[in-house]
Design a protein around this ligand. Structure first.
Ligand SMILES: Cc1cc2nc3c(=O)[nH]c(=O)nc-3n(C[C@H](O)[C@H](O)[C@H](O)COP(=O)(O)O)c2cc1C
Length: 180
């Protein structure tokens, strides 16, 4: 084996960069995140430090959006990871639209997922919100002829935790289940 043990790291990164949206006191607010993933076919999980401003809105209203970042709005998204609604009002930062289920969706995002929070697996100082998927809104230019998201066109930004760098999705390397 030619591997060195570098200890307890988050080596599952890089992961898609998302901006989470929710209402706090009737106003939208936005928080950059990358601790997120799929749990079951029906739910996603978003892991947010308890002290974050947006958690208050998710806990109160149970509705949130997950807006997937691409290069066209990475600068704006990045800003949502450097300022907190606890100190500054972020409600006017993005143009947004209310989703069919009541969560605020970012107009710049080509993909927005609308969710209902129906569980919270609290761990250390994190709320790990278990989010039921209610709807997925996709810019039609990024759908293929089968009505699926076309990842030859849509290139999510990936965040890499240990070095704090952003990447974009790379090239296709194969077709699943047909590699031999
Ligand atoms: C690239 C990036 C990824 C981040 N990912 C997370 C995350 O997954 N979970 C988290 O709690 N905070 C994460 N943060 C930090 C929050 O986005 C940041 O503290 C934000 O200001 C909190 O906003 P709020 O207090 O208005 O909710 C991330 C920040 C950056 C720059």
């Amino acid at each position: 084996m030619n591997k060195k043990n570098i200890g307890k790291t988050l080596a599952l990164y890089p992961c898609p960069t998302i901006v989470v949206g929710a209402f706090v006191d009737e106003k939208p607010t936005w928080t950059l995140a990358a601790h997120a993933g799929t749990v079951a076919h029906s739910h996603l999980m978003v892991s947010l430090v308890k002290a974050h401003y947006i958690n208050k809105g998710i806990n109160a209203n149970k509705k949130l959006s997950i807006n997937i970042v691409d290069e066209s709005w990475i600068k704006e998204a990045d800003k949502m990871g450097t300022i907190s609604g606890n100190k500054e009002d972020k409600s006017n930062f993005f143009k947004w639209t209310k989703g069919e289920n009541g969560a605020p969706l970012i107009d710049d995002a080509k993909i927005s997922i609308e969710c209902e929070m129906d569980g919270n697996y609290e761990l250390d100082n994190f709320d790990n919100f278990i989010c039921k998927i209610l709807a997925t809104y996709v810019d039609e230019d990024y759908l293929n002829e089968n009505g699926k998201i076309d990842y030859h066109k849509f290139k999510p930004v990936l965040f890499e935790f240990p070095t704090y760098e952003y990447f974009v999705l790379g090239n296709k390397v194969g077709n699943c289940g047909k590699m031999n």
